[in-house]
Design a protein. Structure first.
Length: 371
């Protein structure tokens, strides 16, 4: 920074994925926590049909769940355009062929969950613009978002992953019997998932083989590829938060999720509609020192295996005999007040506003170009 103005943060939210409403909630939480005496904040809301709108910070903060309905990017705002400016990236409003009110943007905080936001697509656009941004780069975002690729990378790095099979929509159409045979060879129960989904959207737990085909069709409505994982029974679900700073990686103590949902797992309602009281979050979890150290080591190894940057949440299962199995890594984990990532950091002494500030400072200090 060569001038005396405050750094300008573009908070990007909404998006064309099925996690649009969750992203809006996350944006409201982050903008509410941002220190506006330290940062100028501009909002870029992406509508479900892909339009970019320039949304004032106060309008972002106002986004909330009403009567059980998640919010969406509000209409009636001007079209937003990001472009190269003189010495900086700029955000402008567009009125037909005229660009209005350009302001500099120093760093982007993309709070887009799921495809077209968490999967490396928008990160590639930021790279081409020369705009610094919070979180992982293109490759790490893409690999971590894709459950099949993620498992392949983790297994190649010597990390434990559970048994699974994966297939495309075309393979399902060509020979559904072969696909079902591969799934049944895992043993029931199984979890049927979109390969590149999030927030448990499109995921089904299947205990009856007669329900497998319907679960696959549900997953394929959200992605062109399906991942089916063997359901590990009698396991604990433990998660650690990872944060990158100037002195390296920091890892939280583990937190535990215990669910009482009808679906039998930590589903969308339990994650984002806490009034349903279907989940118990133990922050921190009760684990012995040896297991705690193994969980932290697994989180760091997972973060490094995919080449993550900035932040991540690493989710694991611990079996009855003490084995640690990596479930997944989230490079843009849920970030609402009810989300596990901010909660585990708060329990580790890093309050929500400080967490947001540390992520922005790390992003502002990162070099542009290949790192």
């Amino acid at each position: 920074m060569t001038d005396t103005r405050r750094p300008s943060v573009a908070v990007v939210f909404g998006g064309a994925s099925s996690e649009h409403g969750v992203s809006c909630l996350t944006a409201a939480s982050v903008v509410r926590a941002l220190d506006r005496s330290r940062y100028d904040v501009v909002g870029i809301g992406i509508t479900p049909d892909g339009r970019w709108l320039r949304v004032e910070a106060d309008d972002v903060v106002a986004l909330a769940t009403v009567d059980g309905q998640l919010p969406s990017v509000p209409e009636g705002h001007p079209t937003a355009v990001l472009l190269h400016g003189t010495g900086a990236v700029q955000l402008a409003s567009r009125d037909l062929d005229t660009l209005l009110d350009p302001v500099p943007v120093d760093v982007a905080f993309a709070l887009l969950h799921g495809p077209f936001g968490e999967d490396g697509t928008i990160q590639g656009m930021f790279e081409m613009l020369g705009l610094r941004y919070v979180g992982s780069g293109v490759a790490a975002s893409a690999v971590s978002m894709d459950k099949q690729l993620m498992k392949q990378v983790l297994a190649a790095s010597g990390l434990p992953v559970g048994p699974y099979t994966a297939f495309t929509a075309a393979e399902w159409r060509d020979d559904p019997s072969a696909r079902l045979d591969a799934v049944l060879s895992l043993g029931l129960p199984v979890f049927v998932k979109p390969a590149r989904g999030g927030s448990s959207i499109g995921i089904s737990r299947v205990d009856d083989p007669d329900h497998l085909a319907a679960a696959v069709e549900t997953a394929l409505r959200h992605d062109a590829r399906c991942v089916v994982e063997k359901g590990l029974v009698d396991v604990r679900e433990l998660e650690c938060g990872v944060l990158e700073g100037p002195d390296g990686l920091e890892v939280t103590a583990a937190a535990e999720i215990r669910t009482r949902t009808a679906s039998g797992f930590y589903d969308f309602q339990a994650k984002y509609l806490p009034e349903a009281e279907q989940v118990e979050l133990l922050v921190p979890a009760e684990v012995d020192p040896v297991l705690a150290e193994r969980l932290r080591d697994t989180a760091v190894r997972t973060f490094r295996a995919v080449g993550a940057e900035g932040l991540a949440r690493v989710d694991t299962f611990v079996t009855a005999d003490g084995q640690v199995v990596v479930n997944e890594i989230n490079t843009m984990p849920g970030f609402t007040e009810h989300s596990m990532f901010p909660m585990v950091w708060a329990a580790s002494g890093v309050a929500y506003p400080e967490l947001v500030g540390r992520l922005l400072e790390h992003a502002l200090q990162r070099p542009l170009g290949l790192r």
